[in-house]
Design a protein around this ligand. Structure first.
Ligand code: GLA
Length: 375
């Protein structure tokens, strides 16, 4: 009798069983705002991001063939390809194809093709890690939907970075996928990107709120090349200094012999690392004035030494810094556009955000978008 009702062993060309096709799996990853520690991750330094409410949700359902079919809510169109036929397209599709490509290369076999739906509220090109939120939620759903045992959250962050570096062509660091995978909105995630040790630092929420505003000027890491250029400049500075990474430089005087451009780039990294450590201490003490000063110094350094700000962003930061109840403001993320983060006295975030957005719109004719606090 039992033979009559035996479940079929599997589906030709896949390692999945029929019962696997009846349910869908879901994963979510949030965008991040980096509080301080910018362009330090690929220099083996320190970073301090936290989560924002905006997130990416990915749903997966296995299908009885080897096709991957993806639908998004962003008017980006639909993609369809066969597992094993991944090719770079220099578009958002590379994030999906890069993921299945890398898993196969690492010997992590996907059981079958799948349908994927992607919904996201993390604005693209805003410096808030929309690509890491996509990659981390995607890798998590692939892990759960395909039973990829042993793929931990830290491993997922490393895979997400490799997909950007090796398939998408953006030489990004590890901060964004780590934040997408491990951060939450109650803490700042303090990471030493050299050892990958991390600690959750509680945010002093009775004293402090954050405001995040998108400038309306979008960046694209891999196409603008500005980000990759900064990385190359840091590598050149290391070569001239004879060090393995800028993390090894302890004081700015050690940079004196460098040509001006490389000295400024390296000075940003060295001073920014010191600012992250001070910011962690300030958060632990609940010293918001100090945190605000560090935000302001970080912005000056990004703008003047690292050259990743824009006149419009400098204007928005200046507007914020002039307002009452503001501790300090800075450009967050890779730069060349994107968002600012403002440390504000608790209870004043909504009003401060409105004032900044209004004055920035008047001064620059750009269309800002307040992302935190969420409307
Ligand atoms: C982007 C990259 C990160 C980091 C920041 C700058 O967000 O993805 O790895 O380098 O820029 O701090």
């Amino acid at each position: 009798m039992a033979d009559f009702f035996r479940e079929p062993k599997g589906i030709p060309g896949t390692t999945a069983k029929w019962r696997d096709f009846n349910s869908s799996v879901r994963a979510e990853a949030h965008g991040r705002v980096n509080l301080i520690g910018e362009h330090t991750d690929y220099n083996h330094g320190y970073v301090l991001p936290t989560s924002i409410p905006q997130s990416t949700i990915v749903k997966l359902r296995l299908r009885p063939d080897r096709l991957v079919s993806v639908q998004t809510d962003r008017g980006l169109g639909r993609i369809e390809y066969e597992l094993g036929s991944e090719k770079q397209t220099h578009s958002w599709r590379d994030y999906i194809q890069g993921a299945t490509w890398l898993l196969a290369r690492e010997g992590l076999t996907l059981r079958a093709g799948f349908d994927l739906t992607i919904q996201s509220t993390v604005p693209m090109g805003s410096g808030l890690s929309s690509s890491a939120a996509l990659l981390v939620s995607l890798l998590k759903v692939l892990r759960d939907g395909h039973d990829l045992k042993g793929l931990g959250d830290l491993e997922i962050s490393k895979f997400a970075q490799r997909i950007e570096n090796e398939f998408v062509g953006a030489r990004v660091g590890i901060m964004d996928p780590l934040a997408a995978s491990l951060a939450n909105e109650h803490n700042a995630l303090f990471v030493d990107t050299e050892s990958l040790r991390y600690e959750q630092i509680p945010l002093p929420t009775t004293k402090l709120d954050f405001v995040v505003i998108n400038s309306g000027i979008a960046h694209r890491h891999s196409s603008t090349g500005g980000y990759n250029e900064r990385r190359a400049e840091c590598e050149k500075a290391c070569e001239l200094l004879g060090v393995g990474s800028l993390r090894e430089v302890k004081k700015v005087e050690d940079l004196d012999a460098l040509p001006d451009l490389y000295r400024r780039r390296a000075r940003h990294v060295v001073t920014e690392n010191a600012r992250v450590l001070e910011a962690v201490e300030a958060l632990r003490r609940g010293d918001c004035e100090k945190l605000g000063e560090l935000f302001q110094a970080s912005h000056r350094s990004m703008s003047q030494d690292y050259d990743v700000s824009l006149p419009e962003i400098d204007a928005m930061v200046a507007i914020a810094n002039r307002l009452p109840n503001v501790f300090g403001a800075r450009l967050t993320g890779g730069g060349f556009g994107g968002s600012i983060v403002v440390a504000v006295k608790a209870g004043h975030a909504v009003r401060v955000a409105d004032q900044i957005a209004r004055r920035y719109r008047e001064e620059t004719r750009q269309s800002p978008q307040v992302l935190v606090p969420k409307a």
